[in-house]
Design a protein around this ligand. Structure first.
Ligand SMILES: Cc1cc2nc3c(=O)[nH]c(=O)nc-3n(C[C@H](O)[C@H](O)[C@H](O)COP(=O)(O)OP(=O)(O)OC[C@H]3O[C@@H](n4cnc5c(N)ncnc54)[C@H](O)[C@@H]3O)c2cc1C
Length: 497
């Protein structure tokens, strides 16, 4: 009889783990509380506009290729993944816009015009970032660090001093050794927001992120990010994964050190050999498990950091927006204060850096004729409560600053369709700890081997997958997380091939 596996949650990590295990012969069932699979990587239609609800940057194409190749799929062809040129455009409160082309040679010239010497500095920074990225891919990302000897690889030993320095130095300090102009520093530091952390706290190990936008490139699948979810589900269908949407799990039941079954909201109890939670880890630990089965009870969460929450705005705009590229960033002048307000003071930012995606730049079918589709993400502190009226008022305030910087003074008047998603929605929709948008931040004590292990310490057949576990936040990271957890389960069950 094949071993049975239940997965709580149909986010990227849950869907990808299901595929990995089903291919190895396990009988897998996914229980998803929402009416749609994909979790944070969702999809919505609104007044003739279509939106990816969460992720919009397709980075680390090699991770996608390697993942889908296991299922004999050339993902680049299958999803018609194209490199975006330019990669993105940055608008400032305090500087003229800077466009990052994605060609390091051209971008070095752009830097050089702003700060003499910074062209060469950018090349050196990206070369160093690339070395770290390659090292991370080979030695740190695809492991749960259960095999300590993996850290004794000659490359790591040879570069140990560099790695230790990178772990101990905050990214902002590291960047300051290369460039001095605040606008350029911001370009090298903004990717920390993708990791739910601040460049003033994140270890400079994460300078590896600049190897992604400056060297590897920024990509986009032709039919949008949700096509990744469709592809994952089509693979699951091929291997017999069963999907139950609109099905909430209320409890994980255990006997001794074994998780035995799930209690569903319908009152039904379902029994499995192995249980994997792709739901928020804080929620899984403190709400789904009885106290004696919790590896991370409530009091341990005071020591953890929940990262960022966000206002998400889904906006349909009349007319065209030639001022914008597909990916656009807006950086405020008082960069450090913006991070301090979010991470330390936990108060609403007085002025807010933000991100704007104009999907219709690449895929006109996402908006009706003569309209554009924009998605706006404004990072906020976690732990807030904001009703829809407050969200809209705040969103409008922050968007206005962007509209001025982007020279689109009538942007707000042209909005013909809108919806907002904020901290309360992250809490209600995803049971996200403190309303976190991305999951636990990637500060040092929550990174690499210090991130949450993919297996319960109390129940021997309960596993975790997704952004809160190793290696961390982001769609490619969650695909890797799925590979890690599936490999661990298969190893234990003697089905490693
Ligand atoms: C606004 C935003 C923008 C982002 N941008 C990018 C980007 O550009 N590029 C990128 O790579 N990544 C991006 N990310 C990050 C990326 O989307 C996430 O890291 C990834 O999708 C998380 O997947 P996951 O496996 O952790 O599951 P999640 O997406 O967190 O899904 C978990 C699922 O579990 C379900 N669930 C929870 N509790 C229960 C229960 N009790 N019973 C049943 N089901 C339950 C939830 O409904 C949910 O569907 C972004 C995220 C957000 C929110």
């Amino acid at each position: 009889m094949p071993k049975t596996v239940a997965i709580i949650g149909g986010g990227v990590g849950g869907l990808a783990t299901a595929n990995q295990l089903a291919k190895k012969g396990f009988k897998v069932t996914i229980y998803e509380k929402a009416d749609q699979l994909g979790g944070r990587a969702g999809f919505k239609k609104q007044d003739g506009f279509t939106f990816d609800t969460g992720p919009s940057w397709y980075l680390m194409p090699g991770v996608f290729e390697k993942h889908f190749a296991q299922f004999d799929i050339d993902v680049t062809k299958e999803l018609d993944v194209q490199r975006l040129t330019p990669g993105y455009k940055v608008f400032y409160e305090h500087h003229t816009p800077i466009t990052i082309s994605g060609s390091l040679e051209d971008d070095a010239k752009t830097f050089e015009k702003i700060e003499p010497g910074s062209g060469k500095a950018l090349e050196a920074y990206v070369a160093a970032s690339q070395e770290i990225y390659q090292m991370a891919l080979r030695h740190f990302l695809y492991t749960d660090f259960t095999r300590k000897q993996s850290l004794l690889h000659p490359t790591i030993i040879r570069r140990a001093r560099l790695l230790l320095t990178l772990l101990r130095t905050p990214l902002h300090k590291h960047v300051s050794h290369y460039v001095s102009h605040p606008a350029l520093q911001q370009i090298l530091e903004y990717p920390m927001v993708f990791l739910g952390t601040s460049p003033f706290d994140a270890p400079s190990m994460y300078s590896l992120m600049s190897a992604l936008d400056f060297k590897e490139g920024v990509y986009y699948p032709k039919r949008g990010m949700y096509s990744i979810i469709d592809l994952l589900v089509s693979i699951g269908n091929r291997y017999g994964v069963t999907y139950h949407t609109d099905t909430e799990v209320l409890r994980i039941i255990h006997r001794g050190r074994k998780a035995t079954s799930l209690l569903l909201a319908s009152g039904e109890s379902v029994t499995y050999d192995i249980i994997i939670s792709n739901a928020d880890i804080h929620f899984t630990e403190t709400q789904l498990l009885a106290p004696e089965a919790q590896s991370y009870p409530e009091h341990t969460w005071q020591r953890r950091e929940s990262g960022i929450s966000a206002i998400l705005m889904y906006l349909g705009v009349k007319g065209s927006l030639p001022q914008l590229e597909h990916h656009n960033l807006y950086f405020v002048k008082d960069w450090q204060r913006n991070f301090t307000e979010i991470y330390t003071d936990k108060q609403l930012p007085s002025t807010a850096s933000l991100y704007v995606s104009r999907t219709s730049a690449t895929d006109p079918s996402t908006a009706p004729k003569d309209h554009e589709n924009i998605f706006v993400l404004v990072p906020l502190p976690t732990g807030l409560t904001l009703d829809q009226e407050a969200l809209e008022a705040l969103g409008s305030k922050y968007l206005e600053a962007f509209a001025i910087a982007a020279n689109i003074p009538d942007l707000q008047k042209r909005i013909v369709s809108k919806s907002f998603f904020g901290p309360d929605e992250f809490r209600d929709r995803f049971y996200a700890w403190e309303g976190t948008a991305l999951g636990m931040s990637h500060i040092l004590k929550q990174s690499a081997f210090w991130r949450i292990q993919p297996r319960s310490k109390k129940l021997r057949n309960l596993y975790y997958v997704g952004a809160n576990t190793m290696p961390g936040v982001g769609v490619p990271m969650c695909l890797i997380s799925a590979e890690i957890v599936a490999k661990r389960i298969a190893r234990k069950q003697g089905r490693s091939s």
